[in-house]
Design a protein around this ligand. Structure first.
Ligand SMILES: NC(=O)c1ccc[n+]([C@@H]2O[C@H](COP(=O)([O-])OP(=O)(O)OC[C@H]3O[C@@H](n4cnc5c(N)ncnc54)[C@H](O)[C@@H]3O)[C@@H](O)[C@H]2O)c1
Length: 254
């Protein structure tokens, strides 16, 4: 794994950090000596990740956070700044959807919940973080979108795909409006990723079928995304702004 000495002492808040891509990303930043705030609705699981980080000599703060709730988000960002003295990077990773759906069979409640978890959450977290990111010398926002926000050619939910497309456009607005403050905003667009949750949901045959449709012939692993986010948060990526980086093995071009 490349080394980014500039992360030493920088403060990184990761939403959805209790498991999956968010947990691996939080561990990756901690491994680069960043101070990491783990913001997740599942406090118990987040505490396990935070405990591992501190046991390895890192600095971690766990804050139970509902990213769809403005007061909870405001309190989580305030706690992060109080604990570590500032905020340099926000990684919006919390998200997901319950089931494959069509426009016809999705209920209004399911639509609203999915859009709130995947899009409203990014707006709320960015809005709370921006005043603090403005005080950083290298502010970074990284939003975890999805290949579902880039193409309809993968099995998904219209609410989820539309929200993730919204995340990509919100990222461009953030990049445009915050550039003068030396804050970059970028998204990544992952494909089906072999997290423990996905591995438990999918059969061997499912995994082989999905892999066969990807030019690289394998599903992503969380480390693929963590590596991309470390790079986007690093000083080496200081001039990259407003992109959606396709971390999907080339699947999006097919
Ligand atoms: N895993 C994939 O195949 C895949 C593919 C493309 C995009 N993504 C995106 O990557 C991100 C992470 O995916 P994952 O599969 O690692 O997720 P996951 O389901 O394994 O973990 C999601 C985390 O978010 C937390 N969370 C859920 N609701 C929350 C809320 N209201 N407030 C705060 N935290 C909440 C959960 O507790 C959990 O820790 C998501 O945005 C997802 O849409 C994942």
């Amino acid at each position: 794994m490349p080394s980014y000495p500039e992360f030493s002492g920088r403060v990184v808040a990761v939403t959805g950090a209790a498991q999956g891509i968010g947990a691996v990303t939080a561990r990756a930043f901690a491994g680069q000596h960043a101070c990491v705030a783990l913001l997740d609705i599942d406090e118990e699981r987040a505490k396990k990740v935070g405990g591992d980080i501190t046991a390895a000599g890192g600095r971690a703060l766990v804050v139970r956070t509902d990213v769809t709730d403005d007061r909870s988000v405001a309190q989580a960002i305030a706690s992060t700044v109080a604990e570590f003295g500032g905020l340099d990077a926000l990684i919006n990773c919390a998200g997901g959807y319950g089931r494959l759906a069509t426009v016809e069979d999705i209920s209004i409640d399911e639509w609203d919940r999915t859009v709130a978890l995947n899009l409203r959450s990014v707006f709320l977290c960015c809005r709370a973080a921006i005043p603090h990111l403005k005080r950083s010398k290298a502010g970074r926002i990284i939003n975890v979108a999805s290949i579902s926000g880039r193409t309809v050619q993968v099995a998904s939910s219209p609410a989820y795909g539309s929200a993730k497309a919204g995340v990509i456009q919100l990222t461009r607005f953030l990049a445009y409006q915050l550039g003068a403050n030396n804050i970059t905003a970028n998204a990544i667009a992952p494909i089906t990723t072999l997290t423990p949750r996905v591995a438990a949901l999918r059969t061997e045959e499912d995994i082989e079928r999905i892999a066969s449709q990807i030019p690289l012939k394998r599903l992503a692993v969380p480390e693929d995304h963590a590596q991309a986010m470390l790079f986007l948060a690093s000083d080496a990526a200081a001039y990259i702004n407003g992109i959606a980086l396709d971390v999907n093995g080339g699947r999006v071009m097919m």
